[in-house]
Ligand binder design. Sequence first.
Ligand code: ASP
Length: 333
Amino acid sequence: MNYRILFPILGLLAILFTSCKAPADHASNSEVTSPDAFEYALVIHGGAGNMNFQNLPEERQNIYKHALDSALQLGLDVLKEGGTSIDAVEVVIRYLEDNPLFNAGRGAVFTSEGKNELDASIMSGQDMNAGAVASVTDVRHPISAARAVMEQSEHVMLAGKGASVFAEQVGLEIVDPSWFFTEKRFESYQRAIEKEKHGTVGCVALDQEGNLCAGTSTGGMTNKKYGRIGDSPIIGAGTYANNATCGVSATGHGEYFIRWTVAHQISVLMEYKGYDVETAAREVVEKQLVEVGGSGGVVCLDKYGRPAMVTNTSGMFRAYGNSEGEHLVAIFK
Ligand code: ASP
């Protein structure tokens, strides 16, 4: 056998073989061709916690369901018109930030000093770009500030005064901090009985281009101290998106979600262990977090628009819809 001829032929065959394989590109959306893939999909949460029929009577459940439904519809309309997942996530979260029912924007919980300090983040699964703001006190829509950090700055996270200055510079609405005040949250702060109450909002969207985006916005935890920042503005903890796997938005006891890098871990289980999104979310939320006492939940979408809505609490305000007209709004587990 003439090895001088054989080796170049083998080399050529190897080059041809590898160039035919799809590149392992995290930003690729070329694989969104599964027969089950939805053209677009959207999932929302409005916080998880220990809810029951006593502390959440039917009349109140309906008020929450109505708000979740309206938010879902706003987002689905954007996606149906061919809008981006980033636009859909921003529209949904801005709506929820203005709704005092939820612990984000107006209606945010109070710190131990009686202030409202807001955190938010957003991530695009197409290019792994991300933006976040933390401890802002006067930006009406923290999610829009997070988006501006992602798209109009070279940074990922801005905090406190600097974040407000930046938000103003890019033309976002600055409000008097009293805008965030609501009687209900103030009463619970005064009584300090809602320490464990969660009410963060989050959204994950898949658009018609196959791009995932995830966003989260919160007032944090009632009575939080000393400039405390939770998981919601931390990429990989409270928010994560990667077109190769999934988008995730979390809600719960932030200190645990940060240390267990919850959102990223769900993606990693899918990427390296081949888990489906539901199995991955259950592994992290129902096993790992439960073992260490971290309460809360997540909403996720995989790259085909299939959802996972998993909580280890008795309830999580949540909603899901897709291009096939599937529609769900739920509270209890
Ligand atoms: N995760 C949020 C935080 O720790 C709170 C929540 O989701 O309710 O700041």
